[in-house]
Design a protein around this ligand. Structure first.
Ligand code: FAD
Length: 564
């Protein structure tokens, strides 16, 4: 099955096991495998990425029946919700990261880590092609391939620039810890530059103009944090620049925080207005130059130019080039995001799973399944089902889609009952599929894509690990719903996302939260809720203690403004 593995197993028994690397002349690349003789029966699982999805998968993986390998250009996990706090020094970068090797060290099985990025996935040969960042120091041996039995793609996404000219050259992004550190330096850099002698008043104003493009949670939190930093700390250190500071938030849509309840959006807009943060909605950035930003009003088409000192680009995420290339290979080239089924398996590749921001679950329309299951029950294609068959059909659909069950029971019981009543008294009866479809159309339209959040990524990682932990058991005794196409049951229950709520920190020790059941909470008490939730969610006791002590440090001494 895997010639490369068996070849390496022979070699490793000669060398006494351990890591092996040798040149493959044909491909002028290195091939790395750690399969020791005793482990060759284990399925080799390769995890790409050490973000929320990959780390949650690794933390929850308990079965020792896998040979686990991690490939990621980052040898640590970063707690992204606290990244905006790193940009103003409320917390330090090292407080929100945890080395991946310490996370997996406690496992009762071996986990190997390679600090490299995967640049190509070959689903046919079941190999990934990787490249180390240490290209210069490895004398050309910076590339290697790795085979896999099961591949877990958790590579996240990259920032979406919408191909706007100048963004890559001049704007800052806030995706990684390095980005937050660069931003922190750049803010102080602007203050120091504006403090130099011989700087004209106009130039001073330009340098002290901080622009944020994108009114989503990250952009809004960054603007709020920057405002706090400027008012609470920098105003005392740079008193002459106090009146020169301007913060502008540019949003293409009609509102900021448009994924939140209107009450939160309104509160945030009013708070920003009181704080003097200029919110420009309905404005599209068409170009970023070295010193100014070109904008266009979405409705009137009027163009404008905004001089700036520093610009943060935060307009959402896009698919990574390596994933786009992979999508082309597997016939998903016309999609925007890599599609998986509800078991997180990449459509068309049974051995590859994708989770987190790099993929989206394609919720097949319920209608498609309704038609499939009706036609499966109606073996002779007569358009007629007997009552028992019909009941089974409905049961299958309700089992597969809990939403349908809830919907039928709570809302449309009458229709559903009518449907059954119509069928009663007759042994065979033509089932009105159209009526059933109509009853379901509302549920069908409610099946939306999941948001790209840490919450989704972490739940998917835990779900997949749980499936892997019980793979053997569920292969023998499948516990999932009945298959609509094909016989038997699915091995596992499909992934179901449980929304636990969402926060929007708004600065000045105030935050907004939208909790399940559309429960809204805004204000200072919500900020305390935010502190406690995030402190509890941190990945280890070490990071928890570091972050909490950073918060205390900030309360006592303020934020540090050294440009290091
Ligand atoms: P990531 O966490 O981005 O991890 C991707 C991993 O893949 C990384 O380790 C990366 O190094 C690795 N990788 C990249 N390229 C390759 C490659 N070629 N080969 C191998 N590995 C690769 N979500 C919330 O729910 N709540 C919040 O409060 C919140 N706040 C946020 C604040 C900020 C500033 C940001 C940027 C995001 C925030 N999010 C929040 C969103 C959340 O961080 C993402 O949804 C989450 O990180 C997605 O997890 P992931 O594992 O898919 O990707």
């Amino acid at each position: 099955d895997h010639p490369t593995v068996s070849k390496l197993v022979v070699l490793s028994s000669v060398s006494g096991g351990g890591l092996l690397a040798f040149s493959d002349n044909n491909q002028s690349q290195n091939l790395i495998s750690d399969s020791a003789q005793g482990e060759c029966k284990k399925k080799k699982v390769v995890v790409l990425g050490t973000g929320w999805a990959g780390t949650s998968f690794l933390k929850n993986l308990k079965s020792s029946s896998y040979d686990v390998h991690i490939v990621s250009p980052r040898n640590y996990f970063a707690f992204t919700p606290l990244l905006p706090n790193v940009t103003n020094g409320t917390v330090e970068a090292r407080s929100i990261v945890e080395p991946i090797r310490s996370i997996v060290r406690k496992k009762n099985f071996k986990v190997e880590f390679k600090e490299a990025e995967c640049y190509k996935i070959d689903p046919v040969k079941k190999k990934i092609h990787c490249r180390s960042r240490h290209a210069k120091n490895l004398g050309g041996n910076d590339e290697f391939t790795m085979d896999y039995d099961l591949l877990v793609v958790a590579m996240g996404a990259c920032s979406n620039t919408f191909n706007t000219p100048g963004v890559l050259e001049y704007a800052y992004f806030l995706k990684e810890v390095e980005d937050a550190q660069k931003i922190r330096r750049s803010i102080i850099d602007c203050y120091e530059r504006a403090s130099l002698p011989n700087i004209s008043e106009e130039e001073k104003k330009r340098i002290m103009h901080f622009v944020v493009v994108g009114g989503g949670p990250t952009g809004v939190e960054y603007a709020a944090d920057l405002h706090d930093y400027a008012v609470e700390d920098l105003a005392q250190l740079y008193p002459s620049l106090k009146d020169h500071l301007r913060i502008t938030l540019i949003e293409a849509g009609d509102h900021i925080l448009n994924m939140f309840d209107a009450r939160i959006t309104e509160f945030a807009t009013e708070k920003f207005c009181r704080d003097g943060i200029d919110v420009k909605t309905g404005s599209i950035v068409t170009k970023v130059s070295e010193k100014d930003i070109s904008t266009k009003d979405r409705k009137t088409g009027q163009t404008g130019s905004v001089p700036y000192g520093m610009v943060l680009w935060s307009t959402g995420i896009a698919t990574r080039p390596v994933i786009r290339e992979f999508m082309k290979q597997i016939g998903q080239g016309n999609r925007r995001v890599l599609a998986t089924d509800e078991w997180l398996r990449v459509e068309g590749c049974d051995d590859i799973y994708a989770l987190g921001d790099c993929a989206t679950i394609i919720q097949r329309s319920i209608m498609e399944d309704v038609v499939a299951i009706f036609s499966k029950a109606d073996k002779n294609n007569t358009g007629v089902l007997d009552l028992q068959d019909f009941k089974e059909v409905v049961d299958h659909i309700c089992e597969r889609y809990p939403q349908v069950n809830i919907y039928l029971q709570k809302k449309k019981l009458k229709n559903f009952d009518d449907l059954l009543k119509g069928a009663q008294g007759n042994d065979k009866k033509k089932i009105d599929i159209e009526m059933f479809k109509q009853a379901l159309s509302e549920v069908d339209s409610q099946m939306k894509n999941l948001p790209a959040t840490a919450q989704v990524a972490a739940q998917q990682g835990a779900y997949l690990a749980n499936c892997f932990n019980r793979m053997e058991q569920c292969e023998k005794r499948p516990e999932g719903p009945l298959r609509f196409r094909g016989a038997g049951r699915h091995r596992f229950h499909p992934f179901r996302y449980k929304h636990l709520g969402q926060f929007a920190p708004l600065g000045g020790e105030q935050a907004a939260a939208q909790l399940p059941g559309d429960w809204i909470s805004i204000g200072h008490s919500t900020q305390w809720l935010w502190y406690s939730v995030y402190a509890s969610k941190l990945v280890s006791w070490r990071t928890r203690i570091l972050v909490i002590s950073d918060w205390f440090r900030r309360f006592i001494f303020g934020r540090d403004s050294s440009k290091i």
